[in-house]
Design a protein around this ligand. Structure first.
Ligand code: SF4
Length: 459
């Protein structure tokens, strides 16, 4: 599920950020009503959850909601369909399971992203999780940072092969070597053909650098840029101030030289989040699996917790692909854990149509949706399987707002009416953010055939 709000009425709980701006983003203390009930978002430090906490979420979701638990595209969880009047019980149960922030005002700012395999990925240049933990703790401990937008994100990339580079973050750092991070604003660590580096900072200064950037940002937070936008994200700052000027105002020895524009990160491995992945210690593997369309019911989450207890000392990591990773599984148990996840309904292989399909809440949960994206995605997966096609990267969006995908996927279906979509194919996004319109107002069957034809041309 995307980390944005669906169209709603007013939040039930504290509905404002620390700057006094109304926020429609769900949080642990801000349960936001949607068509299918309240949404409570649980921010997971570095995407990590214990089996005990997973059971607590399953229990309260079973008692107080329609029972939909969603993995989000920021490696968090949310409970949907919370029944009116049960919000205090939900919040109390989550706090009792240590799922809240170190202090209540800090819940919104716990947005520090790392690879789900940070610390264990054999391709990593360094372990990003230590720095990420320190940043997370300081964000929570120092009240001035609680004024940041609930969407303000920081990515710390250790160079892992399992890495999400499609979600822009306000500040990103990416390991160049053991001593150096590249950094940038309002984007992602750069690949060869996209994004760009603003400079380099010594790894020993990385924490101070992040907070110097935040202090600079906070000096502008809530003011307006020359385009009239209220500044709540770094992209609003870049309208008037270049990355070079920001760097010049930060009193740290930032290295900026000719290689800044040229540096790019090694490409991650596609679909590394599914199936069995090697770890740095070859006695262990990480097992990745996707609940279809990112949704779990309480019974499945409980069974996953039981499996984590047996296979991983009780650790579950959530990923920005709305999936899970069980780290530190004995290599000899790899196949049996995969089989168990398959039997629980998880997707563990990339060649299944639903493995690369995302949707927003659709008409079951959002008042702006023109179509039931979740149900239609299942139908589309069946249609594609019948056509022996698996297009990698399909996004079904209930309207053109595109909450579920920060960047265009290969194919985007935008709802026009129940069961019908405009179909876009990403070739050139200069005229439309989704790409070229290849079919207007198509039924799911028609869309499936269109995508199959495009897929066969690509092969
Ligand atoms: S993309 Fe549109 S329909 Fe889907 S959740 Fe966002 S606002 Fe609602």
């Amino acid at each position: 599920m995307p980390e944005s709000a669906t169209k709603t009425s007013k939040p039930v709980s504290a509905g404002q950020t620390k700057t006094g701006r109304a926020s429609a983003c769900p949080g642990l203390f801000r349960i936001v009503p949607a068509l299918d009930g309240g949404i409570c978002r649980i921010k997971l430090p570095l995407g990590r959850l214990t089996s005990r906490q997973a059971r607590a979420i399953a229990d309260i979701a079973g008692r107080s909601s329609a029972g939909a638990i969603e993995a989000t595209n920021r490696a968090n969880l949310q409970i949907r369909g919370i029944r009116p009047g049960t919000e205090p019980e939900v919040i109390a149960a989550l706090l009792a399971a240590d799922l809240g922030a170190a202090n209540a005002g800090a819940d919104d700012v716990r947005n520090v992203m790392v690879s789900p395999l940070a610390g264990n990925d054999p391709a990593q240049i360094l372990d990003a999780s230590d720095l990420a933990q320190r940043v997370l703790q300081r964000l929570q401990a120092e009240p001035r940072y609680h004024a940041l937008s609930p969407k303000f994100g920081i990515q710390i990339d250790g160079g892992e092969a399992m890495a999400m580079l499609d979600h822009p973050n306000d500040i990103w750092l990416s390991a160049v070597d053991h001593e150096t991070f590249a950094f940038g604003f309002a984007g992602c660590p750069p690949l060869k053909d996209r994004d760009r580096t603003a400079g380099f900072i010594a790894a020993a200064l990385a924490e101070d650098f992040v907070f110097a950037c935040l202090d600079f940002f906070l000096s502008l937070n809530g003011t307006r840029n020359s385009a009239g936008q209220e500044i709540s994200r770094f992209r609003h700052v870049l309208i008037n101030i270049t990355a070079e000027e920001i760097v010049a105002r930060i009193a740290l020895p930032v290295r900026r030289d000719i290689t800044s524009a040229d540096w790019h990160r090694t490409s991650p491995i596609g679909f590394a989040h599914l199936g069995s992945r090697p770890q740095s210690d070859d006695r262990f593997v990480a097992i990745g699996a996707l609940p279809p369309l990112g949704r779990l019911d309480p019974a499945t989450l409980r069974k996953l917790a039981d499996l984590a207890d047996k296979a991983t000392l009780g650790e579950i990591r959530f990923t920005p692909w709305q999936s899970i990773v069980l780290p530190n599984v004995a290599a000899s148990d790899s196949q049996s854990v995969l089989n168990l996840l398959d039997s629980l309904g998880f997707i563990t292989q990339a060649d299944q149509p639903l493995a690369a399909m995302i949707t927003c809440a659709g008409s079951a949960g959002c008042g702006s949706a023109h179509a039931d994206t979740k149900a239609d995605a299942i139908s589309l997966a069946h249609a594609l399987r019948a056509l022996d096609t698996a297009v990698f990267g399909i996004h079904l969006s209930g309207c053109s707002k595109s909450c579920a995908a920060p960047r265009a996927t290969q194919a985007t279906l935008v709802g026009t009416s129940p069961g019908h979509y405009d179909v876009f194919w990403r070739e050139d996004t200069t005229t439309n953010k989704f790409g070229a319109l290849i079919g207007a107002d198509q039924s799911i069957e028609q869309a499936g055939r269109l995508l199959a034809r495009r897929d066969s041309k690509q092969r």
